[in-house]
Design a protein around this ligand. Sequence first.
Ligand SMILES: Nc1ncnc2c1ncn2[C@@H]1O[C@H](COP(=O)(O)OP(=O)(O)OP(=O)(O)O)[C@@H](O)[C@H]1O
Ligand SMILES: [Mg+2]
Length: 806
Amino acid sequence: MSEASEAPIQPEEHAEGTAVAVGSGSGDEASLTEVPSALPVLPLKNTVLFPFLLSPLLVNSERSKRLIDAVLLTPHRLLVCVATRHPVEGSPRPDDVYRVGTVMRIAKMLKFPDESYRLLVQGVARARIRDFESEAPFLRARIETLGEEGDLDSVETTALMRNVAQQFASLVAESPRLSDELQLLAGGVDEPSKLADLAGSNLDFDVAGKQSLLEELHVPTRLKLVLEGIAREREAMKVESEIREKVQSDIGKTQRDYMLRQQLEAIRQELGEGDDQESDVEKLRQRISAAGMPEEAEKQASRELDRLEQMPPAAAEHAVIRTYLDWMLDLPWSKLTEDRLDIVEARRILDEDHYGLDKVKERIIEYISVLSLKRDLKGPILCFVGPPGTGKTSLGRSIARALGRQFQRISLGGVHDEAEIRGHRRTYVGALPGRIVQALRRAGTRNPVFMLDEVDKVGADFRGDPSSALLEVLDPEQNHAFSDHYLEVTFDLSQVLFIATANQMDPVPAALRDRMEVIELPGYIEEEKVEIARRFLLPRQREQNGIADIEFELPDDSLRMLIRSYTREAGVRNLEREIGAVCRKVARRVAEGGVEGPVKIGPGELAELLGPVRFEPEVAERTGLPGVAVGLAWTPAGGDILFVESSGMPGRGELKLTGSLGDVMRESAEAARSWLRSRAEDLGLDPGSFEKGDLHVHVPSGAVPKDGPSAGVAMVTSLASLLTGRQALSSVAMTGEITLRGKVLPVGGIKEKILAAKRAGIERVVLPERNRRDVEEVAPELLEGLSLEYVGTIDDALQHTLAPAS
Ligand SMILES: Nc1ncnc2c1ncn2[C@@H]1O[C@H](COP(=O)(O)OP(=O)(O)OP(=O)(O)O)[C@@H](O)[C@H]1O
Ligand SMILES: [Mg+2]
């Protein structure tokens, strides 16, 4: 027909907006009856319109406008709106649209300047298309209106209705998509069908979904469909909002972290430390990879560095980790020094540092020889044992020098706590590694010489036994993986050469003693001391006191005087101190300008510099009377002489003992008296005198505790001298344990005692027969000028110790 009829019919756009229920009185039975049996059909794209509701419509295709024009000319202004079944290209044909639609009345129409029509249409009734009458100029069909099915007044329907009303109200409240007015509207609807349509049309259904709502004539079923739809939508909204919240909180946290970091950065910049931290961490990372750590340690260090990086520099933990990393990085994980295994050179160095000590040096050379052949340190650990000042520590230093190794002294004196060896766990405030690791850091190499000084002074108490940690350190099977509590990783100590020192072996735990080869340094005799003083101590003290360049002489006579009258020791430490004192006085004289030409300090001038002599040769003087005998004692400070004095007085036969005597020494005194009493007749004593008089035995130097059985011979000599009136010989010193049957038993510390006797100017020493073997081990030069008498019984001993009866 007209040109317009060939124009394609576009499915109409549903204008933005929501379907709105019209007031009551509209869409009622009255209008239903007026519906003609044939009406124009307007296909709608994506839109299903419901009866009873007021909907806006936008129409802009020529064909649809033609349709609207035609409808407006009719008195009832009715048309049928149907949704297209699927997207349509071009004009929808009868097959493209659903068979069920809605009869609508045009309530209002506005023509816009752009030629489009805006309509407000009101739903009147559901309708089924029976057949199409024509397709041009617009679709037109014969229709039948559809009524409602189901029992509208049943309890079920009422309940469903109430439910829909509630649920829909909630949905409207929750959904940002739906206007709150719908709540009011829904509240005012009392017909189940209308409520279902109002709610259903506002649900988020697709076209097919809405269409099935439209086609459902059974009202309770339609209400159920609506209810399901509401439930689905609410559920979907819940999930949606959960996701949104999560996303939002994720974003929130990242955002917050970012902001904080930015602020932190700004603060750092402000403090001028912004880049330091960065480069500091970077530097540490480079140092870690350069440190040559074993894998385990490197991992641990990197892990700690990662933690450090995460931490603000102001955190307390930051400093703790930083300190830890410094320790880890300062350790000589892979630094080694090359050993010098030249025996000749080693001997030269040992001789250069120490006078004498030939046996000790021999043993050290053997040790180095084995090392040069075997190249491992699994042999026993050398332990230097001897009185103070005999050169134990300085020998260790000398060994390190001979081998070309670093030397570190680890003092164990007074160590009570395992943590001193092994360190404290980092959880302790101010925790530090133990002494072993500290010494490693100082040494700076993995193969130093460690001198474990004073192993005899390690004490065990409630804080754990340090010697068990020491055992691990010294055990070649274990020390390749020594673990320090602070480091938390193991360190290989197997390349460390350990040397120990002790003043005495008795207090050293047996397990530790087993690991060690004891090398004794018993002390020096006068001649040796003079040599040591002349060659080593004097030059060193001159140097230290700034008089190395002054012409100064301290002749041997003076040295001897220093040794005899100003010191009384096995070693040379006090001697060195006295020489130092002399050097200082000389230095002062020089500084005061009172010196011209060479200085020579003779024996006579010593008293002037150092004051009166400190040790008189007291033996002769004190043994002038009967009842005084000279014993020999062994102490950790070397051997010494001691006097045993006895006196008698009227009384009831009691024995009094004084001078801080220990139990064993007291028993020696009792044994001595009992033996004398049992032998009274043979000795020409009056047996009754023991009951009529008290005896008092005193050992002077009362403040010094004394114990041990070795003074037995001296006790019996002293008492015998008192009771017989025969003098004990002042040039004779004695040692030995006694039994009640009159036997003399061997004692310890023979070397030290012999040295002490020589120092005291004794000429003859009375010793137990069974100590002869010990004496054979003493260097012959030490025995020069001494005569030794071996005795097996008290009778023999008294032969040598008492002056002949006058
Ligand atoms: N034979 C010696 N030749 C040279 N100097 C020596 C000799 N013996 C000891 N000395 C010197 O005596 C001083 C004291 O020695 P050192 O410190 O080694 O004693 P020590 O045996 O370790 O004593 P302590 O048991 O008290 O630790 C050192 O200066 C040392 O050089
Ligand atoms: Mg020492």
